[in-house]
Design a binder for this molecule. Structure first.
Ligand SMILES: [Zn+2]
Ligand SMILES: [Zn+2]
Length: 103
């Protein structure tokens, strides 16, 4: 199973292509942009409560046979938060002070 590289930020819907340095993910692959993680979510995933890390880049070039963006393409299914912004902000306020490794 490869990482599902999702095409957009769940919060602001900005495009996050596979080579984007702005993509952030939690362990469940919930995907957001760095701006939303910093300013809205405060490093608390609104779906699971976990912290975020930069999403690695999947190489375009086939450095090893069968392993590349072309052979293992990114997802095209856009994902959107199922909570409204008010709820997301309240959730972040509740847990942002707890370090991710202690949640
Ligand atoms: Zn965003
Ligand atoms: Zn999550």
């Amino acid at each position: 199973m490869a990482l599902e590289i999702r095409p957009n930020c769940e919060c602001c819907d900005i495009d996050l292509p596979p080579h984007s340095l702005a993509a952030r993910i939690c362990t469940f692959e919930c995907t957001f942009c760095a701006d939303c993680v910093d300013r809205v979510l405060h490093n608390a995933c609104p779906n699971c409560g976990g912290g975020f890390q930069p999403r690695p880049i999947r190489p375009r070039q086939e450095w090893r046979p069968g392993i590349s963006l072309a052979t293992r393409p990114a997802s095209t299914r856009r994902v959107h938060l199922s909570y409204n912004l008010e709820d997301v902000s309240a959730f972040a306020e509740r847990i942002r002070a707890i370090p991710a490794e202690e949640r």
